[in-house]
Write a protein that binds this ligand. Structure first.
Ligand code: SAM
Ligand code: SF4
Length: 351
């Protein structure tokens, strides 16, 4: 008994002193790495890779991406430092060659408690089973419309049915599925009620994301942007929203239970990076597909980890750079409704 007690206390002490190096200058513990595996994508969403940009957008060459070996080394180090959660994103993470083997290797890293994935769902119908076998249980799938023609207008591809099939396959396999809907006035606002009903009638958590002014050639406009408060009012026409306690720690979403007049219950999240930014609780560090560490999605400061890695840096030097990036993490972003543009490229950063 006594031994157990001392053992537990020692473990706690070791864990807290280990994660000390992950505390930033504003007392936030950075426990979560978002990794953009590639800037390439099989879709061309208007808000992420707008036509003007994607025509001339320069994609990274294979050698400019961190190799899987390089990524595993970095992830091994951040997990040793105390991070326990990773999200794979992109571009579209599932288009990168060899991704399934990479995920299998990640799942063998001791101390990495959770691997999550954000995907557009295009390849899910064929990859969901493998992802489940590799230990992934939570998927965020982007779906801004449930109308096939509109899907094509937004993404440039006639693949709505295939994406929906992927979503259903994931549900059947037992994944916890969250559907990410970027809310855009005049584009998909006539479907917010349909999405709220989807949350009531299915196990999917629907999360509305405020449109962010990211990218040098962003299609963001004040007239397209809609705040979460406005969205919330629209959702309330379907039922009553009640905040779910303790959900805040699960990420940037404010999560609510939605109960309809006819007694159905669902879960809705609102992600409000602009109107209600969550900077004070942000626990993330980003690694872009170009191999740069980025402490804030909406701040353009990045440090070139790839260069250091390829220059023969030791593990201690890499840990030092990670530590410094965490210490330099800005208190918050300064974008407002009235102000456009942080110039980073969403598909390289990973959202
Ligand atoms: N390709 C994957 C996907 O679409 O889910 C992962 C990468 S994507 C860049 C990650 C998330 O960022 C998606 O949910 C997407 O809708 C969101 N996103 C991209 N550009 C955005 C913008 N300008 N404003 C808000 N969300 C955006
Ligand atoms: Fe591709 Fe995702 Fe960007 Fe759409 S949001 S273009 S699916 S990376």
């Amino acid at each position: 008994m006594k031994n157990d007690y001392y053992h537990t206390m020692n473990e706690k002490h070791e864990k807290s002193s280990k994660t000390d190096s992950l505390v930033d200058s504003f007392a936030r513990t950075i426990s979560y790495l978002r990794l953009s595996l590639t800037d390439r994508c099989n879709l061309r969403c208007v808000y992420c890779m707008p036509a003007g940009q994607s025509g001339g957008l320069k994609m990274l060459e294979q050698r400019e991406l961190l190799s899987y070996e390089e990524l595993l080394r970095i992830i091994g180090l951040v997990v040793e430092m105390g991070m326990n959660k990773i999200r794979l994103t992109g571009g579209e993470p599932l288009v990168r060659k060899g991704v399934m083997g990479f995920i299998a290797s990640l799942s063998r890293i001791d101390g990495l408690d959770e691997i999550r994935l954000t995907t557009n769902g295009v390849l899910l119908h064929e990859k969901a089973e493998g992802l489940y076998a590799a230990g992934i249980r939570k998927l965020n799938i982007s779906l801004d419309t449930m109308r096939p023609e509109r899907f094509q207008e937004i993404t440039g591809a006639d693949l709505y049915a295939q994406v929906w099939r992927g979503i259903e396959t994931a549900r059947e396999l037992g994944f916890d599925v969250k559907l990410n809907v970027v809310a855009m006035k005049g584009v998909n606002d006539d479907e917010f009620v349909d999405f709220a009903r989807l949350a009531l009638e299915s196990p999917y958590q629907v999360r509305f994301i405020e449109f962010m002014p990211v990218g040098a050639d962003s299609t963001w406009k004040t007239t397209t942007y809609i705040t979460s408060s406005e969205l919330q009012k629209i959702v309330e026409s379907v039922g009553t929203l009640e905040a779910l306690p303790g959900q805040r720690m699960d990420g940037p979403a404010r999560v609510y239970s939605l109960v309809s007049n006819d007694g159905l219950q669902g879960t809705i999240g609102f992600i409000s990076p602009i109107s209600h930014h969550f900077c004070e609780t942000c626990n993330r560090l980003r690694l872009t597909s170009a191999g740069r560490l980025r402490a804030c999605l909406l701040h353009d400061n990045e440090v070139n980890l790839k260069e250091m890695l390829r220059g023969g840096a030791t593990n201690d030097e890499i840990r030092g750079l990670i530590r410094q990036t965490i210490l330099d993490k800005p208190k918050g972003h300064t974008l407002t409704e009235a102000q456009t543009n942080c110039s980073g490229q969403m598909s390289r950063i990973g959202g």
